[in-house]
Design a protein around this ligand. Structure first.
Ligand code: HEC
Length: 167
């Protein structure tokens, strides 16, 4: 299944007449990559490992993995993207670009997409900065998210609108 978040790929055009617009598209792409990471990507959730079939304990199964892989850049002082992995609450809350986790919806949670390397330029941990999480670890992360109680007014995954991005 493909979740089409928003894509610029239809702007791609190999014809020479379109070199000018290609350059513009490239500028638009690099601009958007810097300002709104998740917004322009297609995420193929079929590539995700399935959620682990076990009851997950955040403190025991999840937090140690995230602290080891992420805390260097995402500590309590408000690290990269103002995303903090110091507490379960902050992990769910997410960073500058909104929630990283949608309780009950692991396949739609940006955090899962990032650790599974489904979003280009937002692989977490970034390439060259530590080992990627294993399939088993991603499966556990998914199980944790799927088992989280849904808050009464859960934020819904939505297609971000560039104009609304400034919060
Ligand atoms: C070597 C440093 C580094 C490590 C390690 C790292 N990250 Fe990141 N992370 C970044 C940077 C830099 C950004 C900002 C990227 C951007 O906005 O283009 C980021 C952004 C994010 C965001 C988006 C925050 C937002 O709302 O803007 C999430 C979620 C995230 N990282 C999760 C993780 C997770 C989960 C791990 C561990 C598995 C991890 N990161 C490990 C550097 C790192």
């Amino acid at each position: 299944m493909i979740i089409k978040i928003k894509s610029n790929s239809d702007r791609r055009n190999t014809s020479r007449r379109w070199v000018g617009s290609l350059a513009l598209a490239a500028i638009a792409l690099s601009w958007s990559a810097g300002t709104m990471p998740a917004a322009e990507k297609e995420v193929d959730v079929a590539k995700l490992p399935p959620a682990a079939d076990k009851k997950v304990d955040f403190a025991k199964d999840i937090h140690p993995v995230l602290k080891k892989a992420c805390l260097d850049c995402h500590d309590a002082s408000g690290g990269a993207g103002n995303f903090k992995v110091d507490t379960q609450e902050n992990i769910i809350k997410g960073g500058e670009h909104g929630p990283a986790v949608f309780p009950g919806k692991s396949a739609k949670s940006p955090l899962v997409h990032y650790v599974a390397h489904l979003v280009k330029d937002l692989e977490m941990p970034p390439k060259g900065s530590g080992d990627p999480l294993t399939k088993e670890q991603i499966a556990l992360l998914r199980a944790w998210i799927d088992q989280l109680p849904k808050p009464e007014k859960a934020p819904e995954p939505k297609t971000p609108d560039p104009k609304e991005e400034k919060k």
